[in-house]
Design a protein around this ligand. Structure first.
Ligand code: NCD
Length: 412
């Protein structure tokens, strides 16, 4: 892979992106956008900024860069599956500049040192902003709360992702502490030992929406995969509960036949999830990027390496087919996740962070193992042709990915 040179891209003179279709949750028009000092400074038609670095968009589509609320970068512990550098590279290849990473590393992110390590490694790679999730329970074992007070300054939310918190007394105390600390509980909703995955999910969503409202702590429901969960969450929202939720691209788009947690769902459920995403009942798309080695995958490890294909898959299947419009997809992939994380991102408004992505709507490409920058090649999309290719990703005014090339030398 060729590398972009840093020189000449100085943030000082700013970056002028010309001749693009600008789309965000609220607007859709043709023009230019100017970023300086890391922020969007001007949006308009025929902008002239003397001395600015110019990136000619040549008619491509400019969107706010995507924000992923749920990914697994595997470092510390399993760098053969993914490193923070390779995960960051995969993220910008997929149009993401912000990624929340889960705590199921080794050691588990149940203490501040692990969150700090992840943050420092992401800063070294220099491509994205990484937000760590802190474990709810020590070692994700479900038996003892982690030191949530110590973790809180270093994490955006608490999650035992990979496992639902099985014990009611444990999650009750976690909600109480999370309320005091002002951090959400992000739940992998799954009661173990129940054969029906929808029921296993709904039972826990029911418990957690109740407790969230009762305790007054924010709840984020991860990877919703049942129509019943959507109903419970919508009812909780109507009742004033501070609850948000996410759905993955694979639960929206892929037929059963690939091992992932929660399992892929029927067409009827996918249709219901798509309608809920369009209506806003489901707040966000999150990738649950779960890279694995071929050996682990062959042994049955659940998960899909999905951060690079998320936009193109959703664009191809849902936008081009007319089931979702592009501003709604932007809301789900950028605007709402940025709001949930509390970031100044997710729209093309003046004063927002200069995090944008340029996509080629009509461009068709094939997903191959070589095309994926993630170490995890575990995706059922290998060999598939998708449209909506990510052409460039800009983070705070710096072009971190451009047409097959990454900024800097990314290792790890
Ligand atoms: C996740 C992983 O690999 O870390 N896999 C997945 O299928 N979502 C963990 C999990 O939720 O099982």
């Amino acid at each position: 892979m060729r590398l972009l040179r840093r020189a000449g891209q100085g943030v000082n003179k700013g970056l002028l992106i010309t001749d693009v279709r600008l789309v965000d949750e609220r607007s859709d028009f043709r023009g230019d956008l100017y970023i300086k000092g890391g922020l969007i400074r001007a949006v308009g038609v025929n902008l002239r900024i003397p001395g600015a670095n110019v990136l000619s968009g040549e008619g491509r589509t400019l969107l706010p860069a995507f924000v992923d609320l749920h990914a697994h970068f595997r470092d510390p512990g399993y760098p053969e599956k993914e490193g923070i550098g390779s995960g960051s590279a995969a993220a910008v290849h997929g149009g993401y500049t912000t990624v929340a990473v889960m705590a199921n590393t080794a050691p588990v992110c149940d203490r501040p040192e692990v969150a700090l390590y992840m943050r420092v490694e992401a800063e070294k790679a220099g491509l994205i902003e990484l937000y760590a999730m802190g474990a709810i329970t020590r070692g994700l074992a479900g038996e003892e709360l982690s030191d949530m007070e110590a973790l809180a300054p270093h994490v955006w939310a608490f999650s035992d992702d990979g496992f639902g918190v099985q014990r009611t007394d444990m999650i009750l105390r976690a909600f109480q502490r999370a309320a005091t600390l002002g951090r959400p509980i992000a739940e992998h909703s799954e009661y173990l030992g129940i054969d029906d995955p929808a029921l296993a999910e709904e039972l826990m969503v029911n418990r957690d929406t109740f407790l969230s409202r009762r305790i007054g702590a924010a709840l984020h429901v991860e990877h919703v995969s049942s129509a019943g969960s959507v109903k419970l969450i919508a009812a909780a929202k109507r009742a004033g509960t501070r609850v948000t939720c996410e759905v993955t691209p694979h639960h929206l788009c892929l037929e059963p036949g690939y091992t992932v947690n929660p399992p892929l769902v029927t067409e009827k459920t996918r249709d219901r999830l798509i309608v809920a995403l369009a209506s806003g009942e489901i707040d966000a798309v999150a990738t649950d990027h779960a890279p694995h080695t071929a050996v682990d995958k062959n042994r049955g490890a659940p998960g899909i390496s999905g951060i690079e294909t998320a936009f193109s898959l959703l664009y191809t299947q849902l936008v081009r087919s007319g089931r979702l419009d592009l501003p709604t997809l932007v809301r789900a992939m950028a605007t709402r996740p940025a709001q949930i994380l509390g970031l100044n991102k997710g729209s093309l408004g003046i004063g927002r962070d200069g995090d944008v992505v340029l996509v080629e709507e009509g461009e068709e490409f094939t997903v191959t193992t070589d095309w994926l920058l993630s170490r995890g090649k575990n995706t059922p999309l290998l060999g598939e042709r998708l449209r909506g290719r990510v052409w460039a990703t800009v983070h705070r005014g710096e072009v971190v990915y451009l047409d097959g090339k990454l900024r800097g030398k990314v290792v790890g």
